[in-house]
Design a protein around this ligand. Structure first.
Ligand code: SF4
Ligand code: SF4
Length: 191
């Protein structure tokens, strides 16, 4: 009697294993069949972006890439010609990754594209993108909109020092010359 019960239990367990293996095999085959189809590339703002529920989603990066949203926050860029060196961006940065030095000009040195007068040179305008947390606060406070988030998100470096981006348009020699001119002007005023 006891032997019969053991036989029935082992038969049940055998068929349960076969059934489980069969289900797993069918599931894998279903996914393999679906993987032969590819999703159409859709921009994130397309209304059917989330509608395509099936199909292969792996892209052959970097030859293919999912488009990034227009308001995405990626690598910063400073259009230095439009920068008035006001320091607001550096002051608001929560991780202190913007370093700016300024030199007063002896006269107006130009006008930004929004019509603001420029009176300061920036011998140093560095952003350490390895420290940046991409909060976007600096771009929000920038009065001339010269500091912007670009769509570039793929900028790895082997040497972390290369993550510091330099935006100054002055050479060290030019910076020294501008500083000297300012000091001479101040000295002349005191005479
Ligand atoms: S995005 Fe944020 S963390 Fe990065 S530089 Fe601007 S303020 Fe600093
Ligand atoms: S806030 Fe804008 S204008 Fe002012 S220093 Fe920063 S980048 Fe230049």
């Amino acid at each position: 009697m006891e032997n019969n019960t053991v036989n029935i239990e082992s038969k049940n367990s055998f068929w349960a294993s076969v059934s489980s293996l069969w289900s797993g095999l069918m599931l894998s085959l279903r996914h393999i069949r679906k993987a032969t189809k590819r999703r159409n590339q859709a921009y994130i703002s397309d209304k059917d972006y989330f509608a395509q529920k099936e199909g292969l989603v792996t892209l052959k990066y970097p030859y293919e890439a999912i488009p990034v949203p227009d308001n995405g926050r990626y690598r910063l860029h400073n259009e230095i010609d439009d920068c008035i060196v006001c320091d607001l961006c550096a002051k608001i940065c929560p991780v202190n990754c913007i370093e700016i030095e300024s030199i007063k000009a002896t006269e107006e040195i130009g006008i930004t594209s929004d019509g603001t007068k420029k009176r300061l040179y920036a011998p140093k305008f560095d952003i350490d993108l390895a420290k940046c947390c991409y909060c976007g606060l600096c771009t929000t406070v920038c009065p001339t909109d010269c500091l912007t988030m670009t769509k570039v998100y793929d900028f790895p470096e082997v040497d972390i020092k290369n993550m510091i981006y330099h935006f100054t348009d002055l050479t060290p020699e030019q910076a020294r010359e501008k500083q000297l001119l300012f000091e001479q002007q101040q000295a002349a005023k005191k005479k």
